[in-house]
Each structure stands twice: as structure tokens, then as C-alpha cells.
Design a binder for this molecule. Structure first.
Ligand SMILES: [Fe+2]
Length: 164
């Protein structure tokens, strides 16, 4: 596919993001099952719900442009999730696994923050203010999820992993 305008590039970015959120919804469910600390399980499940809403926001934006919402599978997200699965398999013990889960989840959140930051900036440049607001809402949710993971790691999980 050739992309010849900023608007089409913007739409392609959104199509990647739909795939990111779709893959992540499934992965967060698995991560919450594997997590040991109740606060981490809750954080992952809460973010899973947000992730589903974020996917719906993206689909609503794409549908208004008549764009396919299943056009693309984001390979960066596939790679991040493959690495996450690999870590599950080799980390021994619940506390250490939780520390690894947070590390993986934060890499994913940072990828999403970069993607939403770019998409929101493109929406602004294209003067699509409603899109920009929706993308900012998702970006803020990603930032909050990331900050909560940092808090859990520092307050609880990493100490337990150190003591294990
Ligand atoms: Fe997300």
C-alpha cells in the first residue's frame, strides 16, 4: 500500500493502534491470571477494561472515515508480547514473576504512549479536534496505568522480589 497524504498516514497509524489494543486486551487477561500480588492483578484487569474502551474509540474514529478497522496486525506489539511470554516461562517464583510482569507491561505502555502521542499530534495537525480529544483521553489512561505500575513496583513488588 502506498500512502500519499498525512491524512492517510494518520489513518494507517490508527489502524496499527487498533491492532495494538486488540492484542493487548487478550494479553492483559493472561498477565492478570499469572500475577500473584492482588494489587497488580487488579491494576492489570482495570487496564484491560480501559484497553477495550480505547479499542472502541479507535474503531469509532476509523469508521467515520470509512476505513477498515482490521487492516493491519501490529508486529511491534506481537514482538513485545512474545518477549513477555518468554519472561513468564523463565522467571521462577511469584514475586519475581510479578516484577517481570511489571517490567514487560511498562515497555508496552511506553510503546502505546508513543503511538498515541503521535496519533494525537497528527490529529491536531489535521485539525481533527474531536479525534485529538479522544486520542488524548487514551494517552492519559496509558500514562496513569504506567504511573500505577511504577508505584506498585517501588512500593511493593520489587521489594518482595528482592527478598525472595
Ligand atoms: Fe491502550
Amino acid at each position: 500500500m502506498q500512502i500519499a497524504s498525512l491524512k492517510d498516514m494518520y489513518i494507517a497509524e490508527l489502524q496499527e493502534l487498533v491492532s495494538v489494543e486488540e492484542q493487548l486486551t487478550e494479553a492483559l487477561g493472561r498477565m492478570a491470571v499469572v500475577a500473584s500480588h492482588p494489587a497488580l492483578k487488579d491494576a492489570l484487569m482495570h487496564h484491560r477494561e480501559e484497553t477495550q474502551v480505547q479499542q472502541q474509540r479507535l474503531e469509532a474514529i476509523l469508521q467515520q472515515y470509512g476505513a477498515d478497522v482490521r487492516a493491519h496486525i501490529d508486529q511491534s506489539m506481537q514482538a513485545l508480547l512474545n518477549e513477555t511470554e518468554k519472561m513468564f516461562a523463565i522467571l521462577q517464583g511469584g514475586d519475581l514473576r510479578d516484577a517481570g510482569l511489571i517490567a514487560s507491561a511498562q515497555k508496552i505502555e511506553h510503546y502505546e504512549m508513543a503511538a498515541y502521542g503521535t496519533a494525537a499530534a497528527l490529529a491536531g495537525q489535521l485539525d481533527l479536534r474531536n479525534d485529538q480529544r479522544m486520542l488524548h483521553d487514551s494517552l492519559e489512561e496509558e500514562r496513569r496505568a504506567d504511573a500505577l505500575l511504577t508505584k506498585l513496583a517501588k512500593a511493593e513488588v520489587n521489594y518482595d522480589a528482592l527478598a525472595a
